[in-house]
Design a protein around this ligand. Structure first.
Ligand code: PGA
Length: 249
């Protein structure tokens, strides 16, 4: 049985005041009503502050990105071991905004994934196709290429304790969600692709869906056999909306 994971990707949003309101809201509303594991991924500079606010709760901490190198002359970068020291359990790698806006390719993403594993943290590897790629009917090819780059780098063992997030790029921040069946089809494909290398890892790995998940569509998505939770952008900035997604698990 895979425990549902709902991770909030705050992106380039937040302030000390906003984080206080958000975490207070989550703590007040968490109660018993959720089976899901909840995680929040603030910008780097707020990790310490967020950690101090969630300590002693069931909320896990994650980072949005990481350096592919462990230490040294890499101005502006943050390493996985630093994230570990600040209490992170998860690290998002290969988010489509990193891939498209910052031109990070599959190989570079695979190196970041490997860096997260070296530090003993859990990568959340984002994969997903552009609208144009879906329309060309090459969604599976794109997702396979993104997965294979990581498998080639770390071996399938790298996926032990890792998380995959399927995020169709056309659904991110657009209000356009994939239908549960569209998402399920790709999730099943991802699991099959991993199973070609290791059935046990494929059975255990959590595959999250991301892209305009809200309180009102989460239940139908999470009901699908291969959807094990969500990576939530916009809706993770509002405690009530985020809690309602978590409670849909
Ligand atoms: P969204 O973002 O929920 O705002 O669509 C999801 C993501 O980018 O992880």
């Amino acid at each position: 049985m895979r425990q549902v994971l709902v991770a909030g990707n705050w992106k380039l949003n937040g302030s000390l005041a906003m984080i206080k309101t958000l975490i207070d809201g989550l703590k007040a509303g968490m109660g018993e009503g959720t089976q899901a594991e909840m995680a929040v991924c603030p910008p780097f500079v707020y990790l310490g502050n967020t950690l101090s606010k969630i300590e002693g709760t069931a909320i896990a901490l994650g980072a949005q990105d990481v350096c592919d190198q462990d230490n040294g002359a890499f101005t502006g970068e943050v390493s996985a071991s630093m994230l570990k020291e600040f209490g992170c359990r998860y690290v998002i790698v290969g988010h489509s905004e990193r891939r498209s806006i910052y031109e990070e390719n599959d190989e570079f993403t695979a190196r970041k994934f490997a860096a997260v594993k070296r530090a003993g943290l859990r990568p959340i590897l984002c994969v997903g196709e552009l609208l144009d790629e879906r329309e060309q009917g090459i969604t599976e090819q794109v997702v396979a290429r993104q997965l294979d780059a990581v498998i080639q780098k770390t071996g399938i063992e790298g996926f032990q304790d890792a998380v995959v997030a399927y995020e169709p790029v056309w659904a991110i921040g657009t209000g356009k969600t994939a239908t549960p069946q569209q998402a399920q089809d790709v999730h099943a494909f991802i699991r099959r692709r991993i199973a070609q290398h290791d059935q046990a890892i494929a059975d255990r790995i959590r595959i999250l869906y991301g892209g305009s998940v809200k309180g009102n569509n989460a239940r139908d998505l999470f009901a699908m056999a291969d959807i094990d939770g969500g990576l939530i952008g916009g809706a993770s900035l509002d405690s009530e909306e985020f809690l309602s997604i978590c409670k849909s698990a």
